[in-house]
Write a protein that binds this ligand. Structure first.
Ligand code: AMP
Ligand code: GLY
Length: 426
């Protein structure tokens, strides 16, 4: 179903750059969009209503009161907490998995056990619940394993250690220091994989899948993949690493068995399944992580670059009648501008200049994540402030547009990588 559809009333749940990109896309396609809670930046494109993502009952009421046709849930926490179940129980069509299916992201231990049960290629691992078991498991690895807090930790729960001493310290942080609270009470120790990472996102009705253009995120803070891990400093799509042949192979070897496994376990996945893949030198893919939603910033280039309409597919997935296929996109890239101190701390709000001029350029769109508007002045309020997104006929063109927009925007202490997309350019 890719023909034009009449106006759909859509409620988007969330407030970040991903939700801004989604809202913008739906508005551009001619639909009526409400965002809860949204943000000042999103309010420039769509109506925002001050209901928080944790207020499930109020969100159900809002969906009813606004007579929405479709709800799309952006972030993982409300999905893991069962918001999609509540909405479906109230008869509201929803894009987003049930709590049971979202456990693939909410519990890395669950995801590893699931992959083992269904023969889905991934790194060897051990799951532990105590420091003593963790230290015993560590001794079994021949090289320092990756240490992962099992629960949701806002992208900060994974350590890729260079030594056994560092691995042990990460285990102690989780199981003795409780730095991730309950999310770190269970820990996965995982064989470290070599290769290149790519994110394959698919929209699914539980059975059929529509692939989006594969994307590559840049998780480290600094150029050259140095510095601490972040939520993502930029992304581009399509990533040439996963060409159409490899994409098809990942669909058959990983996505389809995942969807079949979830169905067999009575927890079909309706929504966007995000598979983080490591591709080895021979082109084979293994799963590094599952997410139960669109990625941020990946969603920005994927949605801004998409050539066809997206909303008819969202509606079809929520109804269980998705037509499988691939949604092709133009080349697109997002460069994240983060506040000083990110990812560790967030300082006082600082004024942003140059936004309007930067936003006026053709094929550029600035998605807001950490901003506020007061008396006509934009402020950077912390974290990942802006996602400066651009598209073009080729990636070089998209990147040149994104960086030229970035160069017009300034705020004290801003941090942005200068090498987004460099890997794809060779
Ligand atoms: P995750 O939150 O599971 O995606 O992990 C965050 C990052 O840690 C990933 O994007 C990878 O860069 C890295 N990572 C996670 N697991 C592994 C692994 N088994 N081998 C190598 N790197 C990994
Ligand atoms: N950018 C990675 C994520 O959304 O989890």
């Amino acid at each position: 179903m890719s023909s034009r559809c009449s106006e759909v009333r859509i409620l988007i749940v969330g407030s970040g750059g991903r939700e801004h990109a989604l809202a913008h896309r739906c508005v551009v396609e001619g639909h009526h969009v409400i965002v809860a809670p949204g943000s000042d930046g999103i309010a420039a494109d769509a109506r925002c209503v001050a209901v928080q993502t944790s207020e499930h009952e109020r969100l159900v009421e809002l969906a009813r009161a606004e007579r929405v046709d479709l709800v799309v849930i952006g972030p993982e926490q409300p999905l893991v907490d069962g918001l999609a179940d509540r909405l479906r129980a109230a008869g509201v069509l929803t894009v987003g998995p049930s709590a049971a299916a979202a456990r693939l992201e909410g519990s890395k231990a669950d995801a590893k056990a699931f992959m083992a049960r269904h023969g889905i290629p991934t790194a060897a691992s051990q799951t532990v619940h105590s420091l003593a078991d963790g230290l015993a498991a560590l001794a079994v690895f021949s090289a320092p394993p990756v240490i992962k807090a099992s629960g949701l930790a806002a992208g900060k729960g994974v350590t890729v250690p260079e030594s056994f001493a560092e691995a042990e310290a990460a285990l102690r942080d989780c199981l003795e220091g409780h730095v991730f609270g309950a999310a770190g009470a269970t820990v996965v120790l995982e064989e470290r994989l070599d290769g290149e990472e790519v994110s394959l996102l698919v929209l699914t009705d539980g059975t059929r899948a529509l692939t989006f253009e594969p994307a590559q995120d840049h998780k480290r803070l600094l150029d050259g993949d140095l510095g601490p891990n972040t939520g993502g400093m930029g992304a581009y799509a399509p990533a040439p690493l996963l060409d159409s042949i490899r994409r098809e192979r990942a669909l058959v070897e990983i996505v389809e068995p995942t969807l079949a496994g979830l169905r067999a376990e009575g927890r079909p996945f309706v929504g966007v399944l995000f598979v983080g893949l490591m591709i080895d030198a021979g082109g084979a893919a293994r799963v590094i992580e599952y997410n139960c939603r669109l990625g941020d910033p990946e969603a920005q280039p994927i949605l801004f670059g998409a050539r066809g309409e997206v909303v008819p597919h969202l509606l079809a997935a929520s109804r269980g009648v998705l037509v499988p296929g691939h949604l092709a996109g133009r080349a697109a890239a997002t460069v994240v501008m983060a506040s000083s101190g990110y990812p560790r701390a967030s300082g006082a709000a600082v004024p942003i200049t140059g936004l309007d001029a930067a936003a006026a350029a053709e094929d550029v769109k600035i998605f807001h994540a950490g901003t506020r508007l007061r008396d006509g002045q934009w402020w950077a309020t912390g974290g990942r402030v802006l996602g400066v997104c651009a598209r073009g006929a080729r990636l070089e063109e998209a990147l040149a547009r994104a960086y030229s927009a970035c160069d017009q925007i300034s705020f004290t202490g801003s941090q942005a990588r200068r090498d987004i997309g460099a890997r794809a350019r060779g």
